[in-house]
Design a binder for this molecule. Sequence first.
Ligand code: MV4
Length: 452
Amino acid sequence: MFSRVLVANRGEIAVRVIRALHELGVEAVGVFSTADRDALHVRLADQAVCIGPPSSAESYLRIPNLIAAAGTTGCEAVHPGYGFLSENPAFARACSENDLVFVGPSPDVMERLGDKASAKAEMRAAGVPLVPGTAEAASLETIRSVADEIGYPVMLKATAGGGGKGMRLVDYPSGLDDAFSAARAEAEAAFGDGSLYLEKVVAPARHVEIQVLCDAQGGVLTLGERECSIQRRHQKLVEESPSPALSPETREELEASVARACALVGYRGAGTFEFLLGPEGEPYFIEVNCRLQVEHPVTELVTGVDLVREQVRIAAGGPLALVGRAPRHGHAIEVRINAEDPTRGFVPAPGVIERFRPPLGAGVRVDTAVEDGMEIPPYYDSLIAKVIVRDDDRPAALRRAVRALEELVVDGIPTTRGLALDILRSDAFASGAYSTGYLDEMEEHLPSLRPA
Ligand code: MV4
């Protein structure tokens, strides 16, 4: 096991990783920008290094600064958390070149699966069900002929994209040329790679993702799914496990196909394989995330597996304690609390949190770095807390989630707490029969979205 690990992140996930390291008896080295000097993760770390000014580009995304911080403090490994450099092969490579273990898959696996088109090719080889479309990045002419073949509506996606960036929905043939130009320009600007691929639109769709852990000895543990259909502009708001839409047969089909894919590509560490469920519940693979995800606590609560602890153990060469299908019990729901104003189109609403009272009590977990009186800086993402609950079944978990959110107090800035309560209290969510279009369809039914 390592004796000292650099946590190359900030906010709630830095706190989460530091806690896991301390429970493993490992020292944690934090990093911070000048805007995060007084942040909780800096105080919880055994030591911390200032890596630059507030802007992410000059701090949390600056590879040389992170490598230097790890080197000067004698770290043996680097945990990237999520976001920032967590899926950046160049960072993973820089760690290896400086004798630092990167807690995650190898750079070449990250590259192969990070390219959405090549990820689909790997999945096809593993027998994973795919959305009809082009096999890889394609020209406008190829896309046009495949679109005519599979039928509209279709979706253009960036091979270097993910999480919905560089995506365009095309309803009719007449819209294809403009959509292609716009998507290519956006992908070029965002990722330096304008290549696009085509998929038939799956609608109405449910968005479920399978969690997996792979050790260096070929051990694979699949840990069930998380349903993430409640999203707004590809920002997830509510996640749950198990998914109300997944049959036991489809669940096993997906977990088995993910396990095959991991063995085929030589995956290592924690990974999440995203699928869509079509109107008949039929599954289609869409993308892989080669990192720990924001919503990982949902899986931790139903399986009892500490995913961050397992990530560190695997990176240190240890075997998984369990392989195959992780046992799971009960139902968990996560709600994200963002410093955004839902009545003003979810604009980020940084500022001073005058009072923060997290919910407590049986089956409630709050992952946050927020403290009374702290200022939420405008430089980073708007997530300020995750409220995660677990109970014996979905109705009980839903009641507990509403109770916990009613107890939560965040004074001083607008947040998505009210919207989350509206969603949890809605008939559509309570019935479990909702799709990725939920928020758009429900806009007029959710009081918290109406302008003040
Ligand atoms: C799709 C889709 C429907 N059909 N692909 C891709 C990125 C992921 N975060 C969401 N993605 C989707 N890909 C095909 N062929 C539906 C989604 C999707 C979604 C799309 C738009 C708005 C919200 C969404 C929420 C979940 C899934």
